[in-house]
Design a protein around this ligand. Structure first.
Ligand code: AMP
Length: 183
């Protein structure tokens, strides 16, 4: 890291995310403003601050951390490691080799399906679900339905960025949602 890349002293995690996050207009479709967090994840102190923040916020409330393919995996694996918990993978269709439940849903720029193995979550386990961005809430809502279908309980959701105008928080109003930055 050279001096111009150094994290300014006393910068908050919110300021770090805002400083490093990239904004990509018209991706993946015209009219969508894509929030690209890859530069945030590539920054060691930023990644650590984000993961620590989720672990602190939900400390003592979860038995597993679920990540949504693919960006959610980065956060889930790190948070699970930091809290000595295991990871549940919520995956795109056709990726999991054994019996799955599937949920199809609408999200900001299309329709998708997510899957989870029917036996990956011990009954009654409390699952924290992490992803990079909350937009309409379709993705996290589908992930929650899947975890519940396989016998888990939702400890809460953690996202790095929330797009406040798209109604995701309202769609997930029955759950505890933590976002580090809201636009
Ligand atoms: P949604 O289901 O509408 O809340 O969309 C959230 C999911 O889609 C997350 O997995 C995000 O990675 C992705 N996503 C949706 N909208 C955006 C956006 N504007 N910028 C970056 N990622 C997005």
């Amino acid at each position: 890291m050279n001096e111009s890349n150094a994290v300014p002293a006393a910068e908050t995690v919110q300021e770090t995310i805002e400083r490093l996050g990239a904004v990509v207009p018209d991706y993946p479709k015209p009219g969508i403003v894509f929030r690209d967090l890859t530069p945030v994840f590539a920054d060691g102190p930023a990644l650590r601050a984000i993961v620590d923040s989720f672990v602190r916020t939900f400390e003592g409330t979860f038995d597993y951390v679920a990540g949504i393919e693919a960006r959610g995996f980065l956060l889930a694996a790190a948070a699970a490691y930091a809290s000595d918990r295991g990871v549940i993978t919520v995956r795109k269709p056709g990726k999991l080799p054994r019996r799955v439940y599937s949920e199809s849903y609408g999200m900001e720029y299309g329709r998708n399906t997510l899957e989870v193995h029917v036996d990956d979550v011990p009954a009654g386990s409390r699952v924290l679900i992490l992803d990079d961005v909350l937009a309409t809430g379709g993705t996290l809502g589908a992930a929650a339905r899947l975890i519940q279908k396989v016998g888990g309980e939702i400890a809460g959701f953690g996202v790095v960025l929330e797009l406040g105008d798209l109604g995701g928080r309202q769609a997930l109003k029955d759950y505890d949602v933590t976002s580090l930055v809201t636009y």
